[in-house]
Design a protein around this ligand. Structure first.
Ligand code: KIV
Length: 298
């Protein structure tokens, strides 16, 4: 497709100072809407473990599940650049595993790039994935796959030493070959410094205004879960209440028999009532409300 967004488009957007818009999606229906609405990039995040599967972390998400969701999203998005998350233990175990699993997301899931969490310790894995012609997006700051090491989902890089380590990791990831970098839950001053130092685009989530782009989990910005309102999320819709009300209306109309109405029902010219069948069987006893019982097509 002529205007398909690529890693080169994203780099150009940084150069001309136009903010990059990224959003997560987990299925074709949402991907199609976000693609049509103008997303530059769609991330098939392992956040699906929490928002789709109802788990309390991303750790149980498997490669097979990521492949499944990536292939759905890539069928829905035609213009946006689609990135697939490498899940926990799909790249931490060895460089060979990292390359093989990145390859699966591309060949089976159809994504144009993969994302992985972590710093200098994964530079070699990143370099090898890039050598296999697979673009890699890095992810620093709050890295949810390290929830136990971090001691919870807490803002990272608030202290001088921690901030310096994140900056060094960012430089190492660019040198290893990353084409873009997600910065999650770090102070905006640190995100600004990283963004200025790197030539690759930074995409922030809870990292302030100075990043080259922004990403949010789609279920958060759409207001699907009223119990989850972290500081870094802005809710652009309240789908929870909209869906709740729609479902309630449906259930009410089914119970009151307002639905389905005649316009939702099919009629047949070729089916006669059992009562007019030339070889009638005894009619089953039935409730008056149950409506006509149809026999064999004639
Ligand atoms: O998994 C995910 O959705 C992510 C975003 C929060 C950046 O990694």
């Amino acid at each position: 497709m002529k205007d398909k967004v690529t890693i080169h488009t994203l780099k150009r957007l940084k150069q001309i100072g136009q903010k990059i818009c990224m959003i997560t999606a987990y299925d074709a229906a949402f991907a199609r809407i976000f693609d049509q609405a103008g997303a530059d990039a769609i991330l098939v995040g392992d956040s699906l473990g929490m928002v789709i599967q109802g788990r309390d972390s991303t750790l149980p998400v498997t490669m097979d599940q990521m492949v499944y969701h990536c292939s759905a999203v890539t069928r829905g998005a035609t213009r946006a650049h689609v990135v697939g998350d490498l899940p926990f233990m799909s790249y931490q175990t060895s460089v060979a595993d990292a390359v093989r699993n990145a390859g699966r997301l591309v060949s089976e899931g159809g994504v144009a790039a993969v994302k992985l969490e972590g710093g200098t310790e994964f530079a070699e894995a990143i370099a090898q994935i890039v050598r296999a012609s697979i673009p890699v997006m890095g992810h620093l700051g709050l890295t949810p796959q390290s929830v136990h090491k971090m001691g919870g989902y807490v803002v990272q890089g608030r202290e001088e030493q921690a901030a310096r380590r994140i900056l060094q990791d960012a430089i190492a990831l660019e040198q290893a070959g990353c084409y873009a970098l997600v910065l999650e839950a770090i102070p905006l001053e640190l995100a600004k410094e990283i963004t200025q130092k790197l030539s690759i685009p930074t995409i922030g989530i809870g990292a302030g205004i100075n990043c080259d782009g922004q990403v949010l989990v789609c279920y958060d910005l759409l207001g699907m879960n009223p119990d989850f309102r972290p500081k870094f999320v802005k809710q652009y819709a309240n789908l929870h209440d909209g869906i709740y009300r729609a479902a309630q209306s449906f259930f009410g109309e089914v119970r009151s028999e307002a639905f389905p109405a005649e316009e939702h029902s099919f009629k047949s010219k070729t089916i006669r009532l059992v009562a007019s069948n030339p070889d009638p069987q005894p009619a089953p006893e039935r409730d008056e409300k149950a409506g006509p019982v149809y026999g064999v097509p004639v």
